[in-house]
Design a protein around this ligand. Structure first.
Ligand code: NAD
Ligand code: ZN
Length: 251
């Protein structure tokens, strides 16, 4: 049987506008847990209890502690071969944009330039009162939590999109524009169940784009994908990079 990496390499070389759409699974091989996987975060809580406006209202400190814990994991993690290969594909002109549901910033750390973040970024905080945003250079310690706005002293929150909240309008518009232009979408590590983000690859598919689905588990895209790559992202992208002669940093 032909290696799917060879098949995907050919699709990339024959495409004129390829984009990549990622979820938590692309960072799983960096040691960052997904929400729904077997080692889901904070198993005593459902993500909906922590990543939600009502959860924050009920217990801002608990929510901040969860985010600070995730920031510590992300700070000590490194991009994996999938992030690096996606960045190298962009440099080579074979990928035009990366649309991500992740908040970890690993695509940018790996060198991707045109990254559309649909769900915000965990390294930013935002004032619940005056809207001031700022960058956190390192994970806050638990005794600083919940963070307060440096401008007005009101309660601050992580600048991420929570369950039940609308997505940043400009990012969502750009994402659908990219999907409308794409003739190839490589979906990596997402269940596709979080809306409206999950519909972006569907939008592209409906407009004639080819779909590649990199995920060890069946998911929303399995039935509509042109190629299902049923394996973990890092080893697959490592082979894809080799097939295309892309240089990846040594681990
Ligand atoms: P999800 O948890 O719903 O789905 C993760 C998907 O990744 C699953 O389909 C799983 O089979 C797949 N997967 C697991 N390991 C993989 C691997 N090694 N390689 C490839 N695929 C793998 O995640 P989602 O679809 O991104 O939606 C959940 C929401 O939670 C999103 O909004 C996301 O931003 C957020 N989230 C983000 C992070 C992060 O920033 N790293 C981590 C957890 C959750
Ligand atoms: Zn403020």
């Amino acid at each position: 049987m032909e290696d799917p990496a060879v098949k995907v390499a050919r699709l990339l070389e024959n495409s004129s506008y390829a984009i990549v759409f990622t979820g938590a699974g692309v960072s799983a091989d960096s040691g960052i847990p997904t929400f729904r996987g077997p080692d889901g975060l904070w198993r005593r809580y459902r993500p909906e209890e922590l990543a939600s406006p009502w959860g924050f209202e009920r217990n801002p400190r608990l929510v901040w502690e969860w985010y600070a814990w995730r920031m510590r994991i992300i700070a000590s993690a490194r991009p994996n071969a999938a992030h690096y290969a996606i960045a190298a594909l962009e440099r080579r002109g074979l990928v035009r944009a990366v649309i991500t549901q992740n908040v970890d910033g690993l695509h940018q750390r790996a060198g991707s330039k045109n990254v559309i973040e649909l769900h915000g970024n965990i390294w930013r905080a935002r004032c619940t009162r005056c809207g001031y945003r700022w960058i956190l250079e390192s994970p806050p310690s638990d005794d600083e939590l919940p963070l307060r706005c440096p401008r007005c002293g009101s309660l601050a929150r992580p600048d991420v999109v929570w369950f039940g909240e609308p997505l940043p309008e400009a990012a969502l518009r750009r994402a659908f524009e990219e999907a409308g232009k794409a003739d190839l979408v490589i979906v990596v590590g997402t269940s596709g169940v979080v809306e409206p983000a999950g519909s972006i690859p569907v939008h592209a598919k409906e407009r004639g784009a080819r779909l590649v689905n990199v995920n060890p588990e069946p998911n929303r895209y399995t039935g509509m994908a042109d190629v299902n790559v049923e394996e973990r992202a890092a080893p697959f992208f490592e082979r894809l990079a080799r097939v295309l002669g892309l240089e990846l940093p040594r681990e």
